[in-house]
Design a protein around this ligand. Structure first.
Ligand code: FAD
Length: 318
């Protein structure tokens, strides 16, 4: 039997964006010959129907309330039951708080391997997963000796398909959960204001070349005018100039906005790993040889202190 099992996730009753992205990846693999797509989700039947609309051929909904705590050890037997029911030989999981634990746990339980932090997938008679290695300086393609092939996939690596309510598929329910050895005492949400970096259509990011943290005030003003979010390179975050939650890159967030404005960022491979999927890249940098300038669609070679205020002034006139 062949096929793909997508482990979808929901937050507070709504499908998490990664679920649609995994289904987008699964449909691509299916078109390449990997078989049909089954989605697994903890929750109610309505979520199952949403998964069908987003590209699943079938959905397995686990109604056991214990799964709401999103602990991998509680998910494990449920996912194994779904795997058996679907007959899938490929499992796609999000590189999320749950997926980081569930991927290796499932691989260990089934005596197979997992590709973590996967950024691309293809099917050539078998699953081939692409992931970063050597600190983000290279990418490795891996295949699997044993079945099922398991991959945890980074957010924004694939596009979700537009929901199509006319799609049909079977939704079945199961009631399976493992034992929790951990008790969740409380959940503290990270404070965030404005548009989420990962979802912003425009991202204005600053780097070490800003010289000091005050440069970010300028970038925030520009981002607000463009209805976008502000990001930063790791160097800027490590210097304490901007919150690590806004770091873009291999060890930060992955973004794929329509417009990415990189201000005083050199374009190291680890930064590129987080924004190379941006539709249009604009570099503002003093150095015409900077890698970011080379990959950018448009570049302004000058001191950002001159360029950004001029840009803000022009945008305000519009
Ligand atoms: P720099 O490389 O110092 O570049 C500063 C740039 O600013 C230069 O191009 C310079 O020409 C320009 N500049 C200077 N002054 C001005 C001015 N006045 N006006 C305009 N331009 C100016 N980095 C990340 O960003 N994200 C990650 O997730 C990440 N993960 C990593 C993981 C590992 C395992 C490792 C080893 C590294 C990681 N890094 C990451 C670090 C990465 O290798 C680079 O060190 C970092 O991205 C450099 O940041 P930067 O471009 O801001 O600084």
């Amino acid at each position: 039997m062949a096929g793909i099992l997508v482990i979808a996730e929901a937050n507070e009753g709504a499908l998490a964006p990664i679920s649609g992205e995994l289904l987008g990846a699964a449909r691509k693999l299916s078109a390449e010959g990997a078989g049909s797509v089954t989605a697994f989700i903890a929750g109610g039947e309505a979520l199952g129907n949403e998964l069908i609309a987003l590209g699943a051929d079938a959905a397995i909904v686990d109604t056991n309330p214990a799964l709401q705590g999103a602990l991998a050890e509680v998910y494990l037997p449920a996912v194994q039951a779904a795997l058996q029911q679907s007959g899938a030989d490929i499992v796609l999981i999000g590189q999320t708080a749950l997926g980081r634990d569930l991927g290796p746990m499932l691989a260990f339980a089934l005596d197979t391997a997992v590709s973590m932090e996967t950024v691309d997938l293809k099917y050539q008679g078998k699953l081939i997963a692409t992931r970063s290695c050597y600190g983000g300086n290279a990418r490795a393609e891996v295949s699997f000796k044993n079945a099922p092939a398991i991959a945890t996939v980074k957010a924004k690596s694939f596009d979700a398909l537009a929901p199509d309510a006319s799609r049909t598929g079977t939704v079945t329910t199961i009631d399976v959960a493992g034992e929790a050895r951990i008790k969740i005492l409380g959940v503290q949400k990270a404070e965030s204001t404005g548009i989420r970096l990962e979802d912003a259509p425009v991202v204005v990011s600053g780097g070490r070349g800003l010289g000091d943290p005050s440069g970010f005030k300028m970038l925030e003003e520009l981002a607000a005018l463009l209805k976008g979010a502000t990001g930063a390179s790791r160097a800027a975050c490590d210097l304490g100039w901007y919150p690590p939650s806004q770091q873009v890159g291999l060890t930060g967030k992955v973004v794929s906005p329509n417009l990415y404005i990189a201000v005083a960022i050199s374009g190291a491979s680890q930064h590129m790993a987080g924004m190379a999927g941006s539709k249009n890249i604009v570099a503002i940098n003093k150095d015409p040889e900077a890698n970011m300038v080379k990959v950018a669609k448009y570049a302004v070679i000058d001191d950002y202190r001159k360029v950004i205020p001029a840009l803000i002034e022009e945008i305000k006139k519009l």
